[in-house]
Design a protein around this ligand. Structure first.
Ligand SMILES: Cc1cc2nc3c(=O)[nH]c(=O)nc-3n(C[C@H](O)[C@H](O)[C@H](O)COP(=O)(O)OP(=O)(O)OC[C@H]3O[C@@H](n4cnc5c(N)ncnc54)[C@H](O)[C@@H]3O)c2cc1C
Length: 432
């Protein structure tokens, strides 16, 4: 008998999981995908976090291709399998792309001399798609899954799950499942935490990842962009390591992320001449070890860095102002001067100095002077990772419940999608 599969979350992980199943003959009619966001026809560009293809499948679309980037994958399945799974994700994005020949790849081979001795450069290939193409991809992909019979429930938030009774609850309905793929991503982190507490899932603690989004005219960074489009500069200290993260160029926009009602920042890039603004933005993220209850610490810090219901923006001497979003409105942020920056330092005590020093070191290499701004904070909430079986990503006590994507241990598109496909391969090989 074929089983009824319910996927909570139509993000990168959930959609790749469903695609793998129907590509291999699993009846679409037995798959239901529930998402609290919108379908790709009605989803607005500014609905950054929720809806068809989730967060990173709607904005930007840098497909990284390395087992050390984007979260955990090879620890479950080994390096070779991990690369094979990532290949499948990239090939899905190509398959539904209206102009696959326009996907470009950056693949740095050597650390350039000019960044030494201040920084190291992490080297890995990355394909770049661009937000506007992602919206077309999402529509084509959706249409394929509908044709295969997959059922979707949009604008439907799953509010509770009874793992003992195999039942999920939404605002006004409930649904039975045989197999559950839990793929709620970052916007479902609270929900995942609630379930984890309720069912006392064994979990693995995570480090804190927090910092700022840096923005400056692209001309200063061009010599490095020519080597690596999505460059990742890094510095390592005893308990803290820093890296530049998710670099956007040419048509680069800062995006506001709302999690738990607080504002933090991210970025994305569009493709096409009409969107070009000659700006570069990237996160400068610290990974801090040794903080007790890192999740709570990050949430407290982010909360304290809110002013007037939004995050902060600092540019030395007010040289720059918050930029425009890709929809043409000003990025929501309260501009602060150096006095208030001292408060930021106090809130992130003793860590913010690492970010300041990172920027000072970049200034020695790229010579942008005061011509830059930082959006505060950028954060990656890493909730404790539920412990899962490595062959199926299923919870130990609930073998029919599979965790995938950012809800497990992914931090990027290719890894999230790959985890979804990995679970589907397991389900396909174990169907009875
Ligand atoms: C602006 C932005 C740009 C990014 N750019 C990149 C990039 O270029 N490259 C990269 O590798 N990574 C990028 N990322 C990170 C990437 O988005 C994530 O790693 C990836 O999307 C995770 O996939 P996922 O399927 O686990 O979760 P998501 O893609 O976040 O999808 C989760 C889905 O679950 C739904 N959901 C949540 N809770 C519920 C609930 N209770 N009930 C029903 N539905 C629910 C949400 O609506 C959402 O659609 C970016 C993130 C952001 C925010």
């Amino acid at each position: 008998m074929q089983k009824k599969i319910v996927i909570v979350g139509a993000g990168v992980a959930g959609i790749n999981a469903a695609t793998k199943l129907v590509d291999n003959g699993y009846p679409g009619e037995l798959i239901t995908i529930i998402d609290k966001g919108n379908d790709p026809i009605n989803r607005l560009p500014e609905e950054v976090m929720t809806g068809m293809l989730g967060a990173g499948g709607w904005s930007d679309g840098k497909l990284t291709y390395h087992t050390a980037i984007g979260g955990q994958l090879n620890k479950y399945c080994g390096d070779e399998k991990a690369m094979q799974l990532m290949d499948q994700v990239i090939s899905n994005f190509r398959r539904f792309h209206p102009k696959p020949e326009e996907i470009f790849m950056s693949d740095p081979q050597e650390e350039p001399e000019f960044i030494k001795p201040y920084f190291g450069l992490r080297m890995f290939p990355v394909w770049h798609i661009g937000s506007n193409f992602l919206h077309e991809i999402a529509k084509a992909w959706y249409s394929y899954l509908l044709d295969k019979g997959v059922k979707f429930e949009w604008k439907t938030e799953v509010e509770d799950i009874d793992f003992n009774d195999n039942r999920i609850y939404t605002h006004n309905a409930d649904m039975q499942y045989d197999t559950l793929i839990f793929a709620v991503g970052k916007s479902g982190i609270d929900f995942a935490q609630k379930l984890s507490d309720e069912y006392s899932f064994p979990t693995e603690p995570k480090s804190v990842q927090i910092g700022v989004r840096f923005e400056a005219p692209q001309k200063y960074f061009q010599k490095l962009i020519d080597v690596s489009y999505d460059f990742k500069l890094y510095q390592k200290f005893d308990k803290v390591s820093l890296r530049s993260f998710c670099t956007n160029n040419n048509a680069a926009y800062v995006a506001v992320e709302e999690t738990y009602g607080d504002v933090s920042y991210n970025g994305h890039a569009k493709k096409g001449k009409e969107f070009e603004n000659q700006m570069t933005n990237f996160g400068i993220l610290m990974e801090i070890k040794g903080i007790e209850d890192p999740f709570k610490w990050s949430r407290d810090v982010v909360q304290k860095l809110q002013e007037n219901g939004t995050g902060l923006y600092y540019s030395p001497g007010n040289t720059r102002k918050p930029g425009l979003t890709s929809e043409g409105s000003t990025v929501s942020a309260t501009q602060i001067g150096w006095l208030e920056l001292i408060k930021v330092t106090q809130v992130m005590e003793p860590y913010f100095d690492y970010v300041v020093n990172f920027i000072d070191d970049m200034n020695k290499v790229f010579e942008f002077g005061d011509d830059y701004g930082i959006y505060i904070p950028e954060v990656k909430y890493l909730s404790p990772e539920p412990l899962v079986k490595y062959d199926s990503l299923a919870l130990a006590n609930y073998p029919n419940v599979h965790f995938v994507g950012d809800a497990l241990s992914a931090r990027g598109i290719t890894v999230a999608g790959a985890q979804g496909i990995y679970v589907s391969e397991y389900l396909l090989s174990n169907r009875s």
